[in-house]
Structure formats: structure tokens, C-alpha cells
Ligand binder design. Sequence first.
Ligand SMILES: *Cc1c(COP(=O)(O)O)cnc(C)c1O
Length: 344
Amino acid sequence: MSTGKLTIDLAALADNWRALDSLSRCETAAVIKANGYGLGSAQVAKTLAQAGARHFFVAIAEEGAAVRQALGQGPRISVFSGHMPGDRDLIAAHDLTPMLNSIDQMLHHVEALPGHRFGIQLDSGMNRLGMEAAEWAALRDIALSQDPTLIMSHLACADEPDHDMNARQLRNFVEMTDGIDVPRSLSATGGILLGRDFHFDLTRPGVGLYGGMPFAEARPVVTLDLPVIQIRDIEAGEAVGYGNTWIAQRPSRIATIAAGYADGLLRAMGPKAQLFAGSSRCPVVGRVSMDLITADVTDLPQDPDTLSIMGPAQTVDDIAEAAGTIGYEILTSLGGRYQREYHS
Ligand SMILES: *Cc1c(COP(=O)(O)O)cnc(C)c1O
């Protein structure tokens, strides 16, 4: 076997949902966009439905169709991008709920699918998706007369609890929705941790379910073990990998591992990341290449058959930090070549 083994702990995933659900003073949904943050949206959706989630969010209608196929009828599946041109049949056939983002989307939706469920996304300051306050003021009465299922907005800085943007967006959201008798939702993982004022009627955690920050108490969900292809001895002064960026300072034993940046192990993480044999660290040496990583295994008592890059000793967020990015990007970059194993 020359591909890495990606193990996804579905019990930990369910535990993370239950933990975030117990922190939420309201219903807790689950965000499973981008193929369940790279882990497999069908398996993730079924596991979380079993744990009790009844409302799922995806980014685009195509993802919603796949989730509906996995879950069958019953759970609500909402689409952040709203009702895009060409989505009519997917939305109708798979009973998806578009979160309408603009007056144009609203007009398009009621014309294309009159009477079909929808929600509304408002912009409370992030300026990414959703209706602006003025747009909403113009549309509000008409929109409310059509019975939206949910009114939502999204926080830009929820992973920084002290950022004044949080209170500002909360104020804007309340101003735009006060006195409206429709369920409201403002918070993703970060917002849940900001406390009850931010919860409203529904929370929408994503990354925390998958073991990522800012949910520090999350159980890790992903383990990634990589097979060693070859081990060699080199002399002090010899170089390893492209560009001769690493030169051995001592006689060294170098293992070559079967995964690289084509598998989502970003080249930028380079020598700041480690591989692990159990709890023993083996520094990455030289450049990460497309299909291969080289590591210094000189200090191990015996040659390893596999080395781990994600697991208890090094989390998704540790890898992200080494690469100068966030856990979300590491998860959603996990490559297609791994052999995936789901444990429940
Ligand atoms: C991705 C996303 C979420 C989930 O965010 P996490 O930070 O992963 O919990 C919730 N709401 C919207 C609108 C999103 O785009």
C-alpha cells in the first residue's frame, strides 16, 4: 500500500456535535459544505443525523443534492449561496432551502419556484453574502409575507472574542430582525463560544465538529498515517531534496514518505512540521515535494513502516500553523489519494 491512510473518527465527530449542542441554548445545525470539510459529506451527514442534527447547511445546491441522497427525506438542507440561475431543478428535486442573498435572488426564487421554502441571509457587516440593511428594509414586508424558514447572518471575527466587530454585528442583526417572528441564526463555531446572546434560535457550527479551532475542547477527528517508501543513510554534509535546502549536520538516516503537496500537505509547511513515530518526533527535512516528504529518523530506535502526520501528537491546527494557514484549509485540502477509513 503506497497511499496514506486517513482515519476519520465518526464517534469523535458525533461527540463534538453533542458538545457544541450542549453549549448552544437553541437548536444546533451542522455545516457540511465542501464535502463535509473534506472528510466525506455523506458519512458526516449520516453520523450527525444519528447524533440528533436535523438541519444541515451546504455552500452550493450540488452539495445539497448529494447530502439529500445520503440522508433521505426529513432533515432540512439549506444552501448558503441561495438560489443561483440554473439551480431550480436541483432545489426542487432535492427539497433544498436556499438562503436568499439579494432582491434579485428573491424575485428569481418566487418566480421559478413559487411556494418553495426559503430562508434569508442578511449582511450584518462582513460584506460577503446577504442583503444590506437598506435592501432588506425595502423587501422585508414582502419577504415576510412569504414565510421564510430562517433569517441568518454571519460573523466576521467570531474567532477573536474581544474584537469589537462581534458586538457591532450583533447589534446590526438585532436591529434588522427585531420583532420578526421567524427563527434567527447568527453563529458558527466561534459565535457559539461567544455566549448565549449570539445564539438566537439556531447555531451553525462547522469546523468545531471536525476537531478544529476555535473549539479548543474538540476531540480530534482526523488521523493521517503515511507509509515509508525507503530509508537511507547519508553522511554529514550531504543534502536532501529539491534545492538542497537541508544539509545534514551529522551522519543521518532519512525516510522518504509517500505523500506530498498533491495530497494537501502544503509545501509551505516545510521544515516547520514534524512526522511522528508514536510520540517520537521526526523533523521534516528538505522541501515537501508533490508526492513525497523526507524526514530525519536518525534518533528512532528502529526503522518505521509508517509515520503519522496528523493525530494526537500533531493536530490539524498544528499543521496549519506550520504552513501559515488555518485548520479549515488543511482539512479541505486533504487529497483524493488517501485510503479513507471511517471508524464508529
Ligand atoms: C462556513 C460557514 C459556517 C460554519 O463556520 P465554522 O467557522 O466552520 O463553524 C457557518 N455559517 C456560514 C455562513 C458559513 O459560511
